[in-house]
Design a protein around this ligand. Structure first.
Ligand code: DHK
Length: 154
């Protein structure tokens, strides 16, 4: 392809993105986010995808710009995106604008039930550009998102 990206096919990896503070899973407010780590999340995602003969790629950053750069890089190279934007969910128009660029299905995941917490967590800039939203299932929500992406009917 002229832009140097790989062609996007149905066998391209699913990109799992985690935003600010999710590198602290297992340590950070375990009563809210549980005791499992980001490594556990990635392993769970790998298994969920492998059950369908598929692979994931993953990226976590505490930097909004790095996440946006990774999303730009997803154009033409991934088949879908599973994203927990962390606190950027509630603040970032720029992240929302980036997510439409790859033109792939998107599932927004929240470990906690954001609707049962502070008022400011009820608004998401990402939800309007997501195909589905998962909240309150703990880290199992990531596996549910992958299962949805790999089994849904158009
Ligand atoms: C994670 C965060 O870091 C928060 O900023 C969101 C989300 C909720 C979660 O539940 O995974 O408000």
């Amino acid at each position: 392809m002229s832009d140097g990206t790989l062609p996007q096919t149905s066998s391209s990896p699913i990109l799992v993105l985690n935003g600010p503070n999710l590198n602290m899973l297992g340590t950070r407010q375990p009563e809210v986010y549980g005791t499992e780590t980001l490594d556990d999340v990635i392993e769970l995602c790998r298994r969920a995808a492998a059950a369908h003969g598929r692979e994931i790629s993953h990226f976590q950053s505490n930097s909004e710009g790095e996440l946006i750069d990774r999303i730009h890089g997803a154009h033409g190279t991934v088949s879908a995106i599973v994203i927990n934007p962390g606190g950027l969910t509630h603040t970032s128009v720029a992240l929302r604008d980036a997510l439409v660029i790859p033109e792939v299905p998107i599932v927004e995941v929240h470990i906690s039930n954001v609707h049962a917490r502070e008022e400011f967590r009820r608004h998401s800039y990402v939800s309007p550009v997501a195909d589905a939203v998962v909240a309150g299932m703990g880290i199992q929500g990531y596996a549910a998102a992958i299962e949805f992406l790999l089994t849904r009917r158009a």
